[in-house]
Design a protein. Structure first.
Length: 118
């Protein structure tokens, strides 16, 4: 059974930091591209960052220079270090997985809520 379980969300003031984690199970983690996505109320889902099975990372324009995605294949876990948080970063953050040869994410977690106050 595939599971993606996010943790680390919470409330923080603008300028603060949070570190999200996503623990994966039920599939060959090292063979999957992984990513973080977010959705704010009333807005479309947005890609935050992705990291390939090779370890190459890519970021959405709104978080470049502030967020860092990483993966630990030994722990089947990805992380999202979020620094210099802004109120507009408030959203439900979900992790996702897609097979190495596909651009599409097929497994999704339920998400963890991040709230940034001004």
């Amino acid at each position: 059974q595939v599971q993606l379980v996010e943790s680390g969300g919470g409330s923080v003031q603008a300028g603060g930091s949070l570190r999200l984690s996503c623990a994966a199970s039920g599939f060959s983690f090292s063979m999957y591209n992984m990513g973080w996505f977010r959705q704010a109320p009333g807005k479309e889902r947005e890609r935050v960052a992705t990291i390939g099975a090779s370890g190459i990372a890519d970021y959405g324009n709104s978080v470049k220079g502030r967020f860092t995605i990483s993966r630990d294949n030994a722990k089947n876990t990805i992380y999202l270090q979020m620094n210099s948080l802004k109120p507009e970063d408030t959203a439900l953050y979900s992790c996702a997985a897609g097979y190495i040869t596909s651009a599409q994410m097929i497994y999704w977690g339920k998400g963890t809520l991040v709230t940034v106050s001004s």
